[in-house]
Design a protein around this ligand. Structure first.
Ligand code: HEM
Length: 431
């Protein structure tokens, strides 16, 4: 870009803002222009931050020991601007981060996600049933958000909170609203209140599991031993459960919705997938890369750091736009096209890289594959009403959709009830 950023007194080099509506409306165009000019750029917005749109540069920072994720004087290194309540392990560094991931990684395996398939399928059927005879459904509010919330809440032992759409709206979507809405606005304050209310529910859950252990994730979290006074340790456990719910919800919802929308707009490819459901795994991975629901993630330089010829001074915040990195043609061939057979083992950054790589990635993949697969069986000719789709106007954290009406040839209900029995934990993590 015009100015040379290789100085400690860094000038504003570009007038971008990853929260702005014009960014949301055309982020592939905005980030492609930025990447061509300067894959590591700086803006004055929100007190100043760096933005990384190149694949190699984003990966280098995600792996780099000179960047951190934890808070500094209470201010987030992850969210620009800062959010009041931290998410952990997202906003933590070693040694606490290492301890948490070592404890949780053995639960969140591919094998464990496979065990959840019948649960996800039953939840999908139960949520589709009330709409199947009418031929109309909102694939976002009636289905993808509800099924994702049900799976994520069941995973942490709070499935009862997913009982109604109102509860899902109130609790599960609150952290996303805090991240998107202007601080102090009515929607923001209501979402903060909902998050605090949810904190109380989680605190009680953790106490219950300490008193009466069960075979579940909440019991494992309730028994993680950490340094610090009782209050700090309890707060960490609460933020951890909140991270598992918040991290998985808006992201997986967005993935399912974008995948379903793409298939609605590409009927020939959809017909091929229906004929060959074995290709769904690769298709879902391609939707994960192409839409990169976790649009941007944040870091802070611990020390002066050199990236792509720019010096990021110690203490400055950096936003890694994984969505843009995943469309970087320098790193991924035909990155701006959806190629359903690109393969399940592809090289993308949609789940991050390095120590914070998404813990829920196998659950996200399985949930999307099962929900999309089941929809293609039960309403194979669904058509999304594209003109009525309501997209987020702030995609800084998650590139999401608020509402996505669709119609289809009516079918018959299966009679499925919402599932309540969760698969057991692997033996090696039982408390
Ligand atoms: C399509 C769905 C999903 C996407 C795109 C996604 C994306 C990501 C990304 C990019 C990160 C790394 C953040 C960083 O580098 O700072 C991350 C971390 C995380 N994700 Fe996901 N995620 C998804 C689903 C889930 C699910 C289903 C869960 C829970 C079951 C989950 C829980 C978490 C947690 C707890 C972290 C923090 C990990 C750490 O800091 O060590 N995510 N996710």
């Amino acid at each position: 870009m015009g100015a040379d950023p290789k100085t400690a007194d860094v000038p504003a080099v570009a007038p971008f803002d990853h929260h702005a509506p014009d960014w949301a409306a055309d982020w592939p165009g905005v980030t492609s222009r930025l990447r061509d000019q300067c894959p590591v750029a700086r803006t004055d917005a929100h007190g100043g931050y760096w933005l990384v749109t190149g694949y190699d540069e984003a990966m280098a920072i995600a792996m780099g020991a000179e960047f951190m994720s934890g808070r500094v004087n209470g201010e987030s290194s992850y969210f620009v601007p800062s959010m009041p309540l931290p998410l952990i392990p997202l906003e933590s560094d070693p040694p606490v981060h290492t301890k948490l991931r070592r404890t949780l990684n053995p639960i969140f395996t591919e094998r464990m996600a496979d065990l959840w398939e019948p649960f996800i399928r039953q939840a999908t059927d139960a949520l589709v049933d009330p709409h199947i005879a009418s031929g109309r459904i909102d694939l976002l509010t009636d289905l993808s958000r509800r099924v994702t919330a049900t799976v994520n809440l069941a995973l942490v032992g709070l499935v009862e909170l997913a009982a109604t759409a109102e509860q899902v709206d109130r609790f599960v979507t609150a952290p996303g609203i805090v991240a998107r809405e202007k601080a102090g606005s009515p929607a923001y304050l209501e979402a903060i209140a909902a998050t605090e209310e949810m904190d109380d529910v989680v605190r009680q859950l953790i106490r219950d599991r300490r008193r009466a252990p069960r075979d579940d994730v909440a019991t494992v979290v309730a028994h993680i031993e950490l340094e610090g006074d009782d209050e700090t340790v309890e707060a960490t456990r609460v933020r951890l459960i909140q991270n598992l719910v918040a991290g998985g919800n808006a992201t997986t919802t967005s993935l399912i919705a974008h995948g379903l929308m793409w298939l609605s707009e590409h009927p020939a490819e959809r017909a091929e997938l229906i004929a060959e459901p074995g290709r769904l795994e690769s298709a879902v991975e391609e939707f994960i890369r192409f839409y990169s629901p976790a649009h941007c993630v944040g870091r802070r330089a611990r020390e002066d750091a050199e990236v792509a010829g720019a010096t990021i001074p110690a203490g400055e915040r950096v936003i890694l736009c994984f969505a843009a990195a995943n469309r970087d043609e320098r790193a991924i061939e035909r990155a701006n096209e959806v190629l359903l057979d690109r393969g399940a083992q592809q090289r993308h950054l949609a789940f991050g890289y390095g120590r914070h790589r998404c813990i829920g990635r196998y659950f996200a993949r399985t949930t999307a594959r099962v929900v999309i697969g089941r929809l293609l069986e039960r309403m194979p000719d669904y058509r999304v009403h594209v003109d009525e789709v309501v997209h987020y106007t702030d995609v800084a954290s998650v590139n999401g959709i608020h509402s996505m009406p669709a119609s289809f040839t009516p079918g018959r209900p299966t009679g499925a009830a919402m599932p309540s029995d969760c698969p057991p934990l692997p033996d090696k993590v039982k408390v």
